[in-house]
Design a protein around this ligand. Structure first.
Ligand code: CUA
Length: 189
């Protein structure tokens, strides 16, 4: 074998080693991404869209469940905790929402004008609010504390100033409060 042949053989071996290393790295990345998908989809159990429920936006403030006095958090006769809220350019009503920790909480919400949306802190509560439609979903808050709830659908010039607070209070404290008040909010009156 000539010196050139030896060199060529060596180069081939180096290339094969590099190829194998890349194959290993790319496989590791693929496995990591698939694992991330499985973990996140199981952990943040995806919330399927609710059935289609419509509401007349012209009568929203006059009658039905979205009149001002009915907004906020209620404990229904069944024991279910329900938050009713309305989005409008550029605020949420009520702007401060109280929910109990470690309890299933149902949201019922709609919009009076443009398409809005919201996400609550780092929870899986993340939805769109469309005029004429009622958005519903149920979620659970684990840690007591106050989290931000920004509008996350571009809805006009005031979009970035549109957000609410969500106060997650310990379960017993919440139900003690809910005994005296029909609709709970944390809005200073
Ligand atoms: Cu409301 Cu963006």
């Amino acid at each position: 074998m000539s010196a050139a042949d030896v060199n060529a053989l060596r180069a081939e071996r180096v290339a094969a080693t590099a190829e194998r290393r890349w194959l290993f790295i790319v496989s590791a990345i693929l496995v990591l991404l698939v694992a991330m998908m499985i973990v996140t989809s199981l952990h943040w159990a995806a919330m399927p869209p609710s059935r289609v429920e419509t509401v007349d936006i012209r009568a929203l403030h006059v009658q039905g469940e979205f009149v001002d006095s009915n907004l906020g958090t209620a404990v229904e006769p069944s024991g279910q905790v329900t938050v009713r809220l309305v989005a409008q350019q550029y605020s949420f009503e009520p702007p401060c929402i109280v929910v109990p920790a470690d309890t299933p909480v149902s949201f019922r919400a709609t919009s009076t004008d443009a398409i809005h949306g919201f996400v609550i802190g780092t929870t899986n509560a993340n939805t769109m609010l469309v005029p004429g439609f009622v958005t519903t979903f149920t979620t659970r808050f684990h840690k007591p504390g106050t989290v931000l709830m920004p509008c996350h659908e571009y809805c006009g010039v005031g979009h970035e100033a549109m957000w609410a607070h969500v106060q997650v209070v310990p379960t017993q404290e919440f139900f003690a409060k809910a005994r005296d008040v029909r609709r709970l909010t944390c809005v200073a009156r």
